[in-house]
Design a protein. Structure first.
Length: 188
């Protein structure tokens, strides 16, 4: 982690805040590297976080078997691993709507008149979950009032340039430089 600030004591305090927030959200091990630039005189706050590799997404085939019954126009899902059942139900409700989903038992879900093919459906995406936590951390770390935000995230890097005024092009460019620095220093 590198925190840049004209005030070395301010940089040390911000480093402590960042460590505390990432620890509280239990994401400190999931962050491969981080760059932060702060200048309260401008005012600007720029952050770029490189996300560490995570596990593969959990697909519906990993936790269930399913079949479509043409005559009845329904899909029956048989649960093999109920650890992800709440995630699966939420995903199905989002896609099909609650009214089409029935759960006659712990190990069975029925989709009446399905409108989408569930083959290969991602039930849990660890990368997206981790990025959501990192965004949460950034919004906790962000100085109060800094609500003008440019999100420059790409691939496995979450990056933002923030201010409480108009966002300057030089700050956006500084954020892009920090992203490139993360990529080159972590290319191995």
């Amino acid at each position: 982690m590198l925190v840049e600030c004209y005030d070395t004591k301010g940089a040390a305090v911000y480093e402590l805040i960042i460590k505390q927030v990432t620890h509280d959200l239990q994401i400190n091990r999931s962050i491969k590297d981080m760059r932060v630039f702060i200048d309260p005189r401008e005012p600007v706050f720029i952050i770029a976080v490189m996300v560490a590799k995570t596990t593969q997404p959990v697909l519906i085939e990993d936790l269930a078997t399913y079949s479509y019954e043409v005559e009845e126009d329904k899909t029956t899902i048989r649960i093999k691993d109920e650890n992800y059942l709440p995630n699966l139900l939420k995903k199905l409700w989002d896609i099909e709507g609650r009214e089409k989903i029935q759960q006659p038992s712990r190990f069975e879900i029925i989709i009446e008149n399905p409108s989408t093919d569930i083959k290969g459906m991602v039930v849990v995406d660890p990368v997206e979950n981790l990025k959501r936590k990192i965004y949460d951390a950034i919004f906790r770390i962000l100085p109060e009032g800094f609500r003008v935000i440019k999100d420059l995230s790409e691939d496995n890097i979450v990056a933002m340039a923030c201010t409480d005024e108009l966002l300057r092009d030089e700050w956006v460019e500084k954020c892009r430089e920090m992203i490139n620095d993360l990529k080159t220093s972590n290319s191995s």
